[in-house]
Design a protein around this ligand. Structure first.
Ligand code: FE2
Ligand code: FE2
Length: 286
């Protein structure tokens, strides 16, 4: 019996990831990466793995990788979809079909908060974006035009509703879950960015990278999610990805914020998968 068990609680170790993009990165590196991801998980020996979206493109591929990683690591995995996860093609239905496939999988947190121990509950959903990271800079009409011109969700994410409506719908579900678990500490996970400080305007707007970043900021998340989270002090951890930039774990508005995505091979500092997956793994000890 360890000290935490002796004191009446049980220590819990969580390993969090996001944006593994296993399909894309396996193609780029010309090998199947799930065993190497499982090896990294086994080194840490966590009680649970969390992946904050963008496991791969489309729900079926996500589910295949989730199951492979669980099987090879022997550790249960909790997943929320990212925007790539709900991409719909002509043959596989709309984005709701993709979302529902992932929601119905045993790994999903959607509509099923997970009690981690006596103290903690894990709450999660996909999240979405509503242009609030950008409306201070551009009109809605300009943002929609940019989206149609260069953001792949404009073709692949088919919801049959506006982005703002989808965001609101998910925020309302989350509000209900935060209310329901007032007596517990909440670890929250979604794919999208809640806080404006993580989506700053580029200081080099004329540089090609700065130009692209300023164009895609409105599709990064929602400040309304941040406002919702800040209403609930019992939400102590906030995990997200989407933006392929590793911040690690930081404290923001009294909460521990984890944004530490793996991202694409071409975005990495090294070309060594073993190094990058370990740098993208975040250990949370409860
Ligand atoms: Fe991603
Ligand atoms: Fe994403």
């Amino acid at each position: 019996m360890n000290e935490a068990e002796w004191l009446g609680g049980s220590a819990l170790k969580i390993l969090s990831f996001s944006d593994l993009h296993v399909d894309y990165n396996s193609t780029e590196l010309n090998r199947e990466l799930t065993q190497e991801i499982a090896d990294c998980i086994k080194e840490h020996a966590p009680d649970r793995v969390i992946v904050a979206g963008d496991m791969a493109g489309g729900a079926e591929r996500c589910i295949r990788y989730i199951e492979e990683i669980q099987e090879k690591s022997g550790v249960p995995l909790s997943y929320v979809p990212g925007n790539h996860s709900i991409w719909a093609t002509r043959d596989n239905g709309d984005s709701w079909k993709q979302y529902n496939l992932l929601r119905d999988h045993e790994s999903s947190l959607i509509d099923k908060p997970l009690l981690l121990n006596e103290e903690w509950v894990l709450v999660g959903d996909m999240g979405w974006y509503d242009y609030t990271h950008g409306l201070e800079h551009k009109t809605r009409a300009e943002i929609v035009k940019d989206k149609n011109m260069m953001w792949k969700d404009s073709v692949m994410a088919r919801w049959g509703m506006e982005d703002e409506e989808l965001t609101e719908l998910i925020l309302e579900k989350l509000r209900g879950q935060f209310e329901q678990f007032q007596d517990r500490k909440v670890m929250f996970v979604n794919h999208f960015i809640p806080y404006a400080s993580y989506v700053p305007l580029s200081k080099r707007p004329e540089h090609p990278m700065g130009k692209v970043w300023n164009l895609i900021r409105p599709f990064m998340g929602s400040t309304k999610l941040g406002e919702l989270l800040d209403q609930y002090a019992h939400v102590e951890y906030v995990i997200f990805g989407h933006k392929h930039w590793r911040h690690g774990m930081e404290v923001h508005n009294g909460k521990k914020i984890i944004c530490n995505p793996l991202g694409y091979v071409k975005e990495w500092v090294t070309d060594d998968f073993a190094t990058e997956i370990r740098s993208a793994a975040t250990v949370i000890e409860l």
